[in-house]
Design a protein around this ligand. Structure first.
Ligand code: NI
Length: 173
């Protein structure tokens, strides 16, 4: 396993509609392992393949936060939402590609997703609260959408300018 560099917004690879994964090859298995390691190292609760420069429909997440609770790493390939609650939830979201910036995003409180697992089989599960928000945030990434695209244009532009500055500073360092 290895930690991969995380792309920082703005980057054209973060704006792309990602391609479906046709089969779980050893490359996909390696990518998923690296993504989990990269996510835990960051640390974060979710990471999508385009964030490490791979424009394929795959994301990882683990929203277990309570101390002492066992990690629950999940790998979702070609995920889709098959049901969403009318009830909404607002969370202050952040993103590993937009470090230290946060914004309130309202999304369905409960979603049911279907995806292909690393076992090549179809899985289905319902996600609530933080898991639901995280899964929807990561699915957005696969469609070239960031959480700041849910914010007003003034806040979005402000955050984007900060990221341009951050990238400039990092390039100089
Ligand atoms: Ni993100």
């Amino acid at each position: 396993m290895s930690i991969r560099p995380i792309l920082i917004h703005p980057d054209p690879r973060l704006k792309k509609l990602c391609d479906p994964v046709s089969a779980v090859t050893s490359d996909i298995g390696k990518l998923a392992e690296d993504m989990l390691e990269t996510m835990y190292d960051a640390p974060g609760v979710g990471l999508a393949a385009p964030q490490v420069g791979i424009t394929k429909r795959i994301f990882v997440m683990d929203c277990v936060k309570e101390d002492g609770e066992a990690p629950r790493p999940m790998v979702l390939i070609n995920p889709e939402i098959i049901a969403a609650s009318d009830e909404m939830n607002t969370y202050e979201e952040g993103c590993l590609s937009i470090p230290e910036q946060y914004g309130e995003v309202t999304r369905p409180k409960l979603v049911t997703m279907r995806w292909m697992g690393l076992d090549g089989k179809t899985h289905e599960d319902a996600f609530d609260d933080l898991w639901s928000t995280c899964a929807q945030h990561e699915l957005d990434h696969l469609n070239g959408k960031l959480f700041i695209d849910h914010l007003g244009s003034i806040k979005r532009q402000l955050i984007t300018r900060k990221m341009v500055k951050l990238k400039r500073e990092r390039a100089r360092a």
